[in-house]
Design a protein around this ligand. Sequence first.
Ligand code: HEC
Length: 260
Amino acid sequence: MRTDLMHGLKALLILGALLAAPGGFAAGAAGPGATDWQKWTAGNKVTDIPSLQRGAAHFVNYCSGCHSLKYVRWSRLGEDLRIPEGELRKSLMPAGTKPASYVISSMPRADAEGWFGIVPPDLSLIVRARSVDYVYRFLKTFYVDPAKPLTGVDNLTLPGTAMPHVLSDLEGLKLAAFRSVGGEGGAPVKQFVKFETIAPGRLNAEQYDAFVRDLVNFLDYASEPAQAARRSLGIWVVLFLLVFTGISWFLYKEYWKDVH
Ligand code: HEC
């Protein structure tokens, strides 16, 4: 009976630890010269509130002109990210929106279609649809391609993308070097070799990396707003169980000490 209880507690402890485990592991070298871009990981933490706050500001400044988060309300965002309503209204919400409104881009669909040939997708669930590492790589693998008349850039993660490199003033501009290798049936295939920076941006490589990490962290949160709260609850569950296990142990000692 008692061992059953201890086993149960142990299982709960493990479960709690799993719930509390951070979202990912830090990325390795992800500099502009790195060729292993398919292995880059975001290494973001949805429990890192200051990072989420920065990410929300980045989203508002650089993405919300084209993309919405149609399942996220401003009020909920403010609560989860611990941004007071005054601050939320002043620095994030577009003038004239109510806290109960959803985060909706001001760009009319028809205009978007005319400009890009495609409506920029809603990003509420993008991390669940594609993964946080995918979005991180997407934002780090834009390169200059004069053959793209509309945007002047292409992307390794989403080749042929219609999205312009909206972060180029921060990251700078880079070229991608490719080599031809024999593919199946002898037809040459373009294989990526390396990036080469041709114009620096306002941020250096580490700063840009941190910027993108905060941004995808925010999108990770947006795709499942409950997870930030659930993860921090996990820590309390573990603490409670530890204390509870300690108390049980002392009681057990206390009850049985006279028997021996
Ligand atoms: C000027 C308009 C514009 C801005 C600003 C913009 N995007 Fe986009 N975005 C697009 C368009 C257009 C697409 C559709 C691209 C496609 O499918 O080729 C897109 C697609 C995407 C996708 C989906 C990629 C996929 O695999 O389907 C992601 C993720 C994304 N954008 C993230 C962002 C983030 C993050 C920001 C802010 C840093 C941002 N976008 C800013 C226009 C924009």
